[in-house]
Design a protein around this ligand. Structure first.
Ligand code: HEM
Length: 285
């Protein structure tokens, strides 16, 4: 912490109140529209994005705790954290819809000022994807001249994901998670593993003994569902605002975003559903 920041903190503590504790004066100084003359709707656009970034920060804060609980084998505490992340994601799905009050004409009034600024450059969004286990080297190109962002992303990219920690916790608890998944190089993308699907199938088939883990699996599926829902409402809102125009980040826009919709954090938790129904058709389930 710099000397100035430490001094400021001391002052805050000496005269603690709502505004000083929450740093409201600084917070209110962080919205700087670029349009000149200022376009009325740009403030709205900035505030939506900034509040997303704060929620991403909180989600990343929670993933740290979630991984700690998995490492400590604290299943019900881990479940509680996943539920909080899910509540935040529900809020984000609602929040993106605020943009439906921005017409294309209003957006066009200040879009040029965004230059090549784009959601592609949200380091925290990418960190959230990386933290849960969805990792793709391709996204580093958007941070080439940003050492701070690249450092954060690289750390997330190399380290174990929430999914890795979940699987390691299952293995430590005696479930037959394939050994290769427990010791794998976490810097490589996770690939669907039939052995893990089989392990999860057995876990689900014996609810009496495994219900605490089944609840975690179902909450992780809720998380995956909500993240996909966010992608879906974002792309619908994008269609509504810019139609099929290219994005400011240089992608094809809607088509690119639609191509991201099938991505999942926890593929085996989805794949095991196919196994149950295949078993039923074959008479084994
Ligand atoms: C009028 C509002 C918005 C429009 C027109 C819009 C448009 C787009 C487009 C076209 C892309 C594709 C990348 C590109 O070429 O730029 C994109 C990506 C993205 N946007 Fe938005 N967006 C809007 C609002 C938001 C908001 C409120 C957020 C919240 C943080 C957000 C977060 C993102 C993220 C994280 C990506 C990267 C998605 C990925 O790589 O899967 N966008 N957006």
């Amino acid at each position: 912490m710099s000397e100035n920041a430490a001094e400021y903190d001391k002052l805050v503590l000496e005269k603690l109140n709502y505004n000083s504790y929450l740093r409201v004066p600084e917070l209110l100084g962080l919205q700087r529209p670029q349009s000149d003359p200022e376009h009325h709707d740009e403030m709205f656009f900035i505030i939506i994005h900034q509040s997303f970034e704060l929620w991403f920060k909180e989600m990343l804060h929670e993933t740290g705790l979630l991984m700690e609980y998995f490492r400590a084998g604290q299943v019900s505490r881990a479940l509680k954290v996943v539920k909080r992340v899910n509540a935040i994601l529900e809020t984000l799905c609602q929040q993106i819809q605020l943009l439906s009050t921005l017409t294309p004409v209003e957006f066009a009034g200040f879009r040029k000022g965004l230059g090549t600024g784009s959601g592609f450059q949200s380091v925290q969004f990418r960190e959230v994807e990386f933290a849960f286990g969805l990792r793709d080297e391709w996204f580093f190109q958007f941070f080439e001249d940003d050492d701070f962002a690249r450092g954060r992303l690289r750390k997330r990219f190399e380290g174990p994901s929430v999914y890795d920690e979940f699987l390691r916790a299952l293995a430590r608890d005696g479930y037959a998670v394939p050994g290769g998944l427990v010791t794998r190089d976490t810097g490589k993308p996770h690939e669907l593993d039939p052995g893990l699907v089989e392990c999860l199938r057995k876990l689900y088939l014996e609810p009496e003994d495994n219900y605490h883990w089944i609840l975690v699996c179902e909450a992780l599926l809720d998380l995956d569902t909500l993240f996909s829902k966010w992608r879906a409402v974002h792309v619908l809102m994008v269609s509504r605002t810019i139609g099929g125009q290219k994005g400011t980040g240089g992608s094809s826009g809607r088509a690119f975003l639609e191509s991201r919709m099938p991505y999942r954090f926890f593929p085996e938790l989805w794949e095991v559903r196919n196994r149950f129904w295949a078993d039923e058709e074959g008479g084994a389930y």
